[in-house]
Ligand binder design. Structure first.
Ligand code: NAD
Length: 286
């Protein structure tokens, strides 16, 4: 079987160009979508992520602000800054880059973001909307995966979907979204006894673990759609996903590469959520 490699970077470029048009329209009506990214401390990966998000914001034509706070910042100070952005009409999306230093509770911080500016979709209110089938801001990575599956016209209704990983950021919302499309969803995690029993039934298999070679060729059902969310850096500096990519070629019908698969879509969905937030803000006034 010829495996189709899903080009997330190309789809991301296409979607960003559409978002650019929507952002320009909102800007012309006085609602330029605005995004603030807050980073606390010196985590090198966080710096790279925020830089990528700021670059994408500029590409789409958003107003963007980048706040860098020292590692010793107190929770109170951070909450005050968030309260300020909650009131700021130029800002429609607030993103606090995780992880936060140990003196700050991520839970408290994420709850402090106004739900209508929660473009990461992590506030319990938005999590609740998603769980009850009325999603508004959907976490960016699973939203990006769904956009890829839709662009490839992959049918989900009645099919077996298996998600490996149960984090609040990827695995759980991913399962909810697949469920809403009518898939029969199985969630696997670190306590799952025999991963291969589950994965080998999957028509659609999503791996979000953070461990190379978690999914090997013999665990994939012939013709399955394999989505690799994992990002792992090997000792030689090479970036790989959770799936043994080469071995899956010829077995899967579709696969997402790492890099160039889910990653660019995640950032694009952040842009989409910010444009949506600005649009909702404009509608609540008009
Ligand atoms: P996490 O550490 O919060 O969750 C990992 C999950 O994997 C856990 O639920 C755990 O139960 C499960 N797990 C661990 N070992 C397992 C095993 N042996 N078998 C089955 N399940 C196992 O991580 P996360 O934030 O959900 O991210 C997962 C991966 O996705 C990471 O590599 C991360 O870097 C990557 N990621 C990529 C993007 C992107 O844009 N491509 C975005 C977010 C996260």
């Amino acid at each position: 079987m010829q495996t189709r490699i899903i080009d997330g970077a190309a789809l991301a470029r296409r979607l960003r160009s559409e978002l650019r048009d929507r952002a320009a329209e909102l800007t012309a009506r006085g609602y330029q979508p605005g995004l603030v990214a807050v980073r606390v401390g010196e985590d090198p990966a966080s710096k790279v992520y925020v830089r990528t998000k700021m670059k994408a914001s500029a590409e789409v034509g958003l107003h963007s602000e980048h706040v860098e706070l020292p590692a010793a910042t107190t929770e109170t100070t951070l909450l005050e800054r968030i309260a300020g952005f909650n009131r700021d009409p130029r800002i429609h999306g607030i993103l606090v880059q995780l992880p936060l230093p140990p003196q700050i509770s991520a839970d408290n911080v994420l709850r402090a973001i106004a739900p209508e500016k929660d473009v990461d979709g992590f506030h319990p209110y938005n999590v609740g909307l998603l769980a009850t089938g009325r999603p508004r801001f959907v976490p960016c990575t699973p939203a990006g995966v769904m956009a890829m599956l839709a662009a490839e016209e992959i049918a989900l209704e009645g099919r077996e979907a298996v998600v490996i990983g149960r984090s609040n950021i990827v695995g759980k919302p991913m399962a909810m979204l697949l469920l809403q499309k009518g898939a029969t969803v199985t969630m696997c995690h670190s306590k799952t006894r025999d991963l291969a029993v589950h994965t080998s039934r999957a028509d659609v298999l999503v791996a979000a673990v953070g461990r190379p070679n978690t999914v090997r060729e013999e665990m994939i059902k012939p013709g399955a759609v394999v989505v690799d969310v994992g990002i792992n850096r090997l000792p030689d500096g090479k970036l790989v996903g959770d799936v043994a990519f080469e071995s899956a070629l010829g077995k899967a019908s579709h696969i997402t590469p790492v890099p160039g698969g889910v990653g660019p879509m995640t950032v694009t969905m952040l842009m989409a959520n910010t444009v949506l937030a600005a649009q909702l803000a404009s509608e609540s006034v008009s």
